[in-house]
Design a protein around this ligand. Structure first.
Ligand code: GAP
Length: 441
């Protein structure tokens, strides 16, 4: 099977997972909208992440901080000074590139002798210019520098600047974590590969506050926990996942050690999530810039210190692309496309179909929908042949089909159809409910 990103993009549009932004105006670069199936899938992934972090860990709590924050935060964090990409332009064909993606030898590259990969012209490339990735905006009525604010490029800083308040209100002892899901914005120079790299996206970040010296151990623990989330919860095939350790020259300005969880996308192995040892870099800088004491007081040992932070930072949209890419399957034998989404995250858990549109079957099917829908998301469908209805739902990733026929009217049993195998069983409604519910645990 030739699994290409184009095929996934096309299915996403047709079925209502993901649309390009502002479609009727010709699109808007590197922003995407999530359709009826996409928003369900995205919410399901986010809910499982939230549950895994907060409900499964007594020492992790949640937070929801603002997208707009005091501009000094971005000075302290280093994002104003350091958060940029080197940019080069071809003066001939006007193509723009991230210089570090064109050469491994950024420092010593002779740009005036460089050949443009697009038009092939040599000697027309500009030297690299630093381009800050943060979106600026004006707050209030006056457009002076005093009112400049930034759209956050990561959710992490909202956690750092609130950490003392959270610790104060919860009385948590180190080690503890704070989790947050929210939008982040980066003015990416080159946005490509569909929802992989966009200018507006969502992050799911957890900052784990440890005692300096315990950070390496915490790093190992979180690496293991995070990769398991992909296989055990999202159902991603383990052979399509790997760790990549950042070399010194790849490390972000805040990191002592960093590992990426990479997925084998149709366009190659690429990062989905980063696990970073940020040391006390951020808290130290916020102490300096705010003048506030951000040290943690360890009552038992009567000592004060700045905690070290292990961060797990995932892109929700990239995670969604990961599960879409991993579940896309062309079942050539049966001429159908199937999204083999894990039932836990599938947007619709079951489609309920009356076999025919008469003899009281639609009414019976509606009653069954009413029985199932308090438990999970179901869809009623009576349009077209039963085969077509099933195939439509295979593309939507719906794991179960429940069909109501004349026998249902006699004995109450229904047919349950399994998406991946297309196997069908006769079962009571109670059994169907049990089968579906147990696949969601
Ligand atoms: N707080 C640390 C941080 O933001 P990062 O490696 O820059 O680290 C973390 O980003 C994750 O956020 C990435 O692994 C990716 O999943 C997601 N992400 C970053 N930039 C993105 C973009 N332009 N579009 C979509 N997702 C992005």
């Amino acid at each position: 099977m030739n699994k290409t990103i184009e095929k996934i993009v096309s299915l996403c549009k047709q079925r209502g997972f993901v649309y390009q932004s502002s479609d009727i105006y010709g699109g808007f670069g590197a922003v995407y909208d999530y359709g009826p199936l996409g928003v369900e899938l995205k919410n399901n992934i986010a809910n499982y992440w939230w549950k895994e972090m907060t409900r499964n860990h007594e020492n992790i709590v949640g937070l929801d901080s603002g997208i707009l924050m005091h501009p000094k935060i971005w000075e302290a964090s280093g994002h104003i000074g350091e958060f940029h990409d080197p940019l080069v332009d071809c003066k001939q064909c006007k193509s723009r590139y991230r210089a570090d993606e064109l050469t491994e030898n950024l420092e010593n590259e002779e740009w005036d002798k460089f050949k443009c990969p697009k038009c092939g012209t040599t000697g027309k490339m500009t030297p690299p210019r630093q381009f800050n990735l943060m979106f600026k905006t004006e707050v209030g009525a006056l457009e002076d520098s005093g009112s400049t604010a930034y759209l956050r490029p990561e959710t992490a800083q909202g956690i750092y600047v609130n950490y003392k308040l959270v610790q104060g209100s919860t009385r948590m002892k180190i080690p503890f974590g704070i989790a947050q899901i929210g939008k982040a914005f980066r003015n990416e120079i080159i946005a490509r590969n569909f929802i992989f790299r966009t200018r507006e996206f969502e992050q799911m970040e957890m900052q784990y506050f440890t005692k300096p010296g315990d950070d390496d151990k915490a790093m190992e623990e979180w690496k293991e926990k995070r990769i398991k989330f992909y296989t055990n919860i999202l159902g991603v095939a383990s052979e399509n996942l790997r760790f990549h350790k950042h070399e010194k020259n790849e490390l972000a300005h805040y990191a002592k050690e960093a590992w990426d969880i990479e997925y084998n996308f149709p366009f190659g192995w690429s990062e989905v999530e980063g696990i970073h040892n940020r040391t006390d870099f951020d808290l130290k800088n916020h102490e300096n810039h705010s003048g506030k004491n951000l040290k943690y007081f360890d009552q038992e040992n009567n000592e004060r210190y700045l905690p070290y932070i292990i961060e797990t930072s995932a892109g929700l949209n990239r995670m969604l692309l990961t599960v879409l890419a991993d579940s896309y399957w062309e079942d050539t034998e049966n001429s159908r496309i199937v999204m083999k989404l894990d039932p836990k995250i599938a947007p619709i858990k079951a489609v309920v179909c009356p076999l025919v549109k008469k003899d009281g079957l639609p009414e019976k099917a509606r009653l069954i929908v009413d029985t199932l829908k308090p438990h999970f998301n179901v869809l009623y469908d009576q349009q077209g042949s039963i085969g077509k209805r099933y195939y439509r739902q295979d593309e939507a990733g719906t794991p179960y089909g429940v069909t109501i026929d004349h026998q249902t009217m006699d004995d109450g049993t229904v047919t349950i159809r399994y998406r991946d195998t297309q196997k069908q069983d006769r079962a009571s409604l109670e059994n169907v409910l049990n089968i579906i519910q147990s696949s969601l645990l």
